[in-house]
Every structure is written in C-alpha cells, then in structure tokens.
Design a protein around this ligand. Structure first.
Ligand code: SAH
Ligand code: SF4
Length: 382
C-alpha cells in the first residue's frame, strides 16, 4: 500500500485543491464536494463505490487518481477504550496514532514526521533523528483510518473523534504545508468537521512558522515550554538557542491575537526529576507567564533507556502543581491510558520506538482532552 504511484492521491487534497483537480479534468466543481464526502465521511477508497459518479467519470478518475492511506501495521484496542495504530509511511518508517476516549470526547493524537530533527534531550523521537516528513495524505490518513475503525458512517454524525492534537511523532511546524492542509481537512465540513478550538498544534517553538501559521489557519496552539529560563531551556529544547523564551512567547501571543478572539495558549511542561521540578522553577514560571493567557499541562517524564532523566516523585509533582495553582493558573497533570495495548504491541513497534515512549503518547493526549473545554485560568493572578 505504501508503494507510490504516479496517480494523484485524493486523500490529502484540501477542498480548494480538489476543486482544482476536477477543473483540470474538465468536470464540474461540485464533484469535488461529492468526492470529499465519499472519502472522508464514508471512508471510501474505491471509485466504483462513488455511486453518484457516472461510469465514464469513474473510469477517468481511476486512470489518474487514487485514494491511498498509510499502511496499517497494527491496530490495538485497550480495555479502557484507547486505540493505537502503527502505520507505515512512504519512506518505510512507522509512526503512531493514538485515540483516547473520555466521556463524550474522543481525542486523536496524530504524527507529523517520522523521527524529529530538533533533538530535545528528554525525547526518544528526537533521539531517533529526522527520518521523513509525512505527506498531507499520510497526516489526514491517520484520521481517516481512525474514523473508519468506528464504523459509524457518516463520520459527521455522532463523531467518535471530537478533538485532534498534533502531538504524535515529529515537529508539525517543520512539515508546515502538509500539516496545514491536513488540519484544514480536519476542520472542513466536507472533511471531519472538527471545530478549530478542538484541533491543537503542539510545537517546541519554531518561531517563524508560528507567525506563518496565523496567516493560514486558526487552530489552537500548544507550546512545549519545559523550562522557565533560557539557560535550562537551551539544554532541554535546543531550538531555544535560536528562538529564546521571550521571542517564542511573543510569537505565541502574536498568534493568539491574530486570531482576533479570546484564545488560550496551552503550555506543556515535562517534569524531570531535579532538573526542572524545583520550587524555584515554579516561581520563575509564574513570573514568565504572568502576561500570557494560558493553561498548563504538566507531563511527568516517561523514562526510556539511557535517557539520563528520571520521573519526579508524586509528591514533587503535586508540589509543583500546587505552586502554579496557587498563583492562579489552571494546571493539570497528565496520566496514562491504554497501557495494556502498549504491552501487547511491544515487539511490533520495537524498531520504531521503545515501549515507554509509546506510553508517553497516551499520557500526552489524555490531559489535553480533559482540558479541551477548560477555561484559561481558575482563580486570580498575583
Ligand atoms: N514536537 C512537538 C509535538 C510532539 S511531542 C513538540 O515538541 O511540542 C508532544 C509532547 O510530549 C511535547 O510537549 C514533548 O516535549 C513531550 N515529550 C517528549 N518526550 C517526552 C517524555 N519522554 N516524557 C514526557 N513528555 C515528553
Ligand atoms: Fe521533536 Fe517534539 Fe521530541 Fe522535541 S519534543 S525532539 S520537537 S518531537
């Protein structure tokens, strides 16, 4: 399924691109909407199933186009309802997609790259180095595959997937065009119809691309902060040397004000024992974020072999959370889901990422989901 062909893959085309495609075929534009509904609402990958297209049009489409998702290597469903897919992309690498249900919400964690070039010191994806960018079809293909697995067609009724977070493998802003196209499809009524507040892009802080993002789309933004000062952040998140804290926070504020409505930045902060989890770090963070409308997600570190870091004790985590909370921030701590399927699939993904790293994906998603509807802050600021 991953072998590329010369055919145009319609799965990754935005509405505009699809209309252009039908234009160049000499067909009416409304065909674009019909095709998109078949593909995204009904999960169809066979032109013969598109019953409102005549035989001649179907033959024409078959000759030059295809609907091709990434190859599913494995699919697992946890006792708690968490689902996990390992998919192979055209470069031959595997990436992961995770679905977390919680109450009426269902959050899908989507990957944007195989590996990552940014080399954050505590991240095992970073340790793999960069392998490849996913195509738009491979990014939206993860949503397409997950959506089909629920069998509730059309997808727009009783949606299983209510939220998407770009928090799988890779730095989404370094695969900009493909990620933006895929996010447009997530939000398009002819795609998955997910509201802009429920699509979240998480970045380690690629400043020029944060500014660019505002010109293209209005999704929610999450910043991987991980340190309250430049010296420490330089160590943990090397891209900070290029775009230091004041610069990256300014760009996030610009992004949110460009959206022209009240929006809240999500701050992600992975807690590393004795590295960034001390009371003085909390104090610095309170000061740093004083003028940033945000909610904070603390992610206890998920250890992996030879990482050199440890997860803080529950007491230390609680102490850190309390300090921020008392200063008036909405702070949550992420917890794990779907560990049983994590274990079940251990060997299969061994070459892609170690077992602990896979758990981390669940952790990274769960609290975002819990927070998706939360207001910016509780209580007052000092
Ligand atoms: N590249 C993007 C999005 C993917 S990573 C980014 O960095 O924001 C999703 C989140 O998981 C990020 O906040 C990342 O820093 C965090 N993370 C990575 N490795 C982790 C680990 N071992 N334990 C806990 N969180 C981790
Ligand atoms: Fe890349 Fe994000 Fe991992 Fe950093 S934390 S190496 S940006 S995936």
């Amino acid at each position: 399924m991953t072998t590329s062909t010369d055919k145009i893959n319609l799965l990754g085309l935005t509405r505009q691109e699809m209309e252009k495609f039908f234009d160049t075929l000499g067909e009416k534009r409304f065909r674009a909407g019909q095709a998109m509904k078949w593909i995204h609402h009904f999960g169809v990958d066979d032109f013969d199933a598109m019953t409102d297209f005549g035989k001649a049009l179907r033959a024409k489409l078959k000759a030059c186009a295809e609907i091709r998702g990434p190859e599913v290597v494995s699919e697992d469903i946890s006792a708690d309802g968490t689902r996990k897919w390992v998919v192979r992309v055209a470069s031959g690498s595997c990436v992961e997609t995770v679905y977390i249900p919680q109450g009426k919400r269902g959050t899908l964690c989507v990957s944007s790259q195989a590996g990552c070039a940014l080399d954050c010191s505590f991240c095992s994806t970073g340790k793999q180095g960069f392998n490849s960018n996913l195509t738009a079809a491979e990014v939206i293909g993860q949503v397409w595959i997950a959506n089909k697995s629920f069998g509730s067609i059309p997808a727009t009724v009783d949606r299983a997937i209510t939220n998407v977070v770009m928090m799988g493998m890779g730095e989404p802003l370094l695969n900009f065009d493909n990620v933006v196209s895929a996010m447009h499809l997530m939000m398009d009524d002819l795609g998955y119809g997910i509201s802009k507040r429920r699509v979240t892009l998480s970045t380690s802080g690629v400043v020029p691309m944060i500014d660019e993002l505002a010109k293209h789309i209005d999704v929610s933004l999450a910043l991987s902060l991980h340190a309250p000062n430049d010296a420490l952040r330089n160590e943990l998140v090397p891209i900070n040397k290029k775009y230091p804290l004041s610069v990256v926070l300014d760009s996030c504020l610009r992004y949110m004000s460009a959206l022209g409505e009240k929006r809240v930045l999500t701050i992600e902060y992975t807690l590393l024992k004795d590295v960034n989890d001390q009371p003085e770090h909390a104090v610095e963070m309170i000061e740093l974020l004083r003028n940033v409308p945000c909610k904070i997600n603390l992610i206890p570190f998920n250890p992996f072999p030879h990482s050199g870091y440890e997860r803080p004790s529950n007491n230390a985590i609680r102490r850190f959370q309390d300090a921020l909370h008392h200063a008036g921030y909405n702070v949550t701590v992420r917890t794990t889901r779907g560990e049983d399927i994590d274990a079940a699939c251990g060997q299969l993904v061994g070459q892609v990422m170690d077992r602990t790293r896979r758990s981390e994906r669940y952790i990274a998603v769960r609290q975002l989901e819990a927070d998706a509807e939360a207001v910016a802050r509780t209580g007052s600021r000092p």
